[in-house]
Design a protein around this ligand. Structure first.
Ligand code: NAI
Length: 461
């Protein structure tokens, strides 16, 4: 078959690209080798982890807050098998949704693993398809760590962590990043003793340092233990047990931790195996990413790349935006992604959300800024709902009041962040947010109050 565009990979980058390109009039196919569409995000990432986070958050609410609201009775028991089947249903509904969208938009699903024998050709199984343009959206895989051999049973990556045979009594998480803390939270709520071992002296590197400190305190209150400044040397497993060895960086002393399960969560790397990029001469960066120009074109004409396989944060929504942008470019439009306004969210409780500059990056740039901060303790809705931990922090230019970044730790932070993203897209000042009427009583009022705090002051602080 001959197509205007063949997209390789059906994760959020690939499927969004395929749908948008079809909507813009191109004849499109998408290659996917998994049994279901949706890539890592829908099958073994964002969506299943959110199902487990949702279920275990309800469990935590029942255990900790129901009684205070006059909801008494036996505490819910965990049926792990049923929880996993709820997670599987959630995945199924979402992956079938993409299949439906492909049919609706007349995108052909080429089932199998793709390679690119030459520019303009995509091979799937024994068939070679012709394509005027090719977009690689092949995503990423968990990075290995020397000395830690993953078997996806006792020593697992995020994939195995979503499918454990039973709830571990002791879980050791290597890496206090997004995956480690989301999955660590899930198992801590299910009763596991969770220890997070992190190389740096702080958690969630790259996030606002004040948010990270508060986050660590709150997670510690929920039972997670942290060993910071510790470089993991290795992990060994028998059939059912594991031992993790780490060295404390301050004094080089060696320590061990026993566990039933070890989760390796020290980052991900681009996945481009089997595509044949080397033979094609596609340039790869030192970090193993496919090099692209500002229009997502690789060093080879007709071949483009987006998402986790190229530079930038490994986030589903970043890949989606690039998918839409490259589809627009290929359809002759001006595709563009504003990398300055890409939110990041950690879906724990409370949630952590951020966008734009942090205080640390602004200090590095020597840029004069002001801080407007508001605690959820001053938010009526949050107090009513046992959700008053955390704060909203808005960073604005000292002179112009333009919003430069925002950091939220609190209830539904991942939803609250978006009004700030929209404001930033419009180049808004903190005062613009502060003068916008916000419904009462909502968590969003905390965002307005933080904006007010950039000016004459918050009302409820
Ligand atoms: P990460 O980059 O977020 O965190 C990895 C952590 O491991 C860092 O804190 C790092 O300092 C630490 N580390 C590295 N080597 C170590 C060692 N030898 N010993 C101890 N600690 C060590 O990576 P993570 O959590 O694996 O996530 C991978 C990617 O997936 C990220 O880009 C993340 O943004 C993305 N993701 C996003 C989610 C979301 O948006 N909610 C959810 C899950 C993943």
């Amino acid at each position: 078959m001959s197509y205007d565009l063949i997209v390789i990979g059906s994760g959020p980058g690939g499927y969004v690209c395929a749908i948008r390109a079809a909507q813009l009039g191109l004849k499109v196919a998408c290659v996917e080798g998994r049994e279901t569409l949706g890539g890592t995000c829908l099958n073994v990432g964002c969506i299943p982890s959110k199902a487990l986070l949702h279920a275990t958050h309800q469990l935590h609410e029942a255990a900790h807050n129901f009684d205070a609201m006059g909801l008494t009775g036996a505490k819910p028991k965990v049926d792990w098998k049923k929880m996993l089947s709820y997670k599987a249903d959630t995945i199924g509904q979402n992956t079938k949704g993409i299949e439906f969208l492909f049919k609706k938009n007349k995108v052909d699903w080429l089932k199998g693993w793709a390679s690119i024998p030459a520019p303009g050709q995509v091979k799937v199984g024994d068939t070679v398809h012709e394509a005027k343009k090719i977009v690689i959206a092949s995503g990423s895989e968990s990075s290995p760590l020397p000395g830690v051999e993953v078997d996806e049973k006792v020593i697992v990556t995020s994939t195995g962590a979503l499918e454990l045979g039973k709830i571990p009594k002791k879980l050791v998480v290597i890496g206090a990043g997004v995956i480690g803390l989301e999955m660590g939270s899930v198992y801590a709520r299910l009763g596991a003793e969770v220890t997070v071992v992190e190389y740096l002296d702080r958690i969630i590197p790259g996030n606002d340092a004040e948010v990270a400190k508060t986050f660590q305190k709150l997670l510690t209150k929920q039972g997670l233990k942290f060993v910071l400044g510790a470089a993991v040397q290795g992990a060994t497993a028998t059939k059912t047990k594991a031992t993790v060895t780490y060295k404390l960086r301050k004094d080089d002393s060696e320590h061990t931790l026993d566990a039933d399960t070890v989760l390796l969560a020290t980052g991900r790397r681009p996945y481009t195996d089997g595509l044949g990029l080397e033979a094609l001469g596609v340039e790869i960066t030192k970090r193993g990413q496919i090099a692209t120009d500002s229009h997502y074109k690789t060093s080879v004409d007709g071949i483009y790349a987006i998402g986790d396989a190229i530079d930038g944060p490994m986030l589903a929504h970043k890949a989606e935006d690039e998918g839409m942008a490259v589809a627009e470019v290929l359809a002759g439009q001006a595709g563009h992604v504003n990398y300055g306004v890409i939110p990041g969210v950690i879906y724990t409780w409370p949630e952590v959300a951020s966008v734009g500059e942090t205080e640390e990056t602004l200090k590095d740039q020597g840029r004069a800024y002001k801080v407007g901060k508001f605690s959820f303790m001053g938010n009526g809705r949050a107090k009513a709902n046992f959700a008053a931990d955390g704060f909203v922090k808005i960073l604005a230019d000292k002179d112009s009041d333009r919003i430069l970044g925002a950091h939220i730790i609190g209830p539904y932070a991942g939803d609250l962040i978006h009004e700030i993203c929209v404001a930033m897209e419009f180049g808004a000042a903190a005062e613009d947010l502060a003068r916008t009427c916000h419904a009462h009583p909502t968590y969003s009022e905390a965002v307005r109050e933080a904006a007010l705090a950039c000016g004459d002051g918050a009302i409820h602080a």
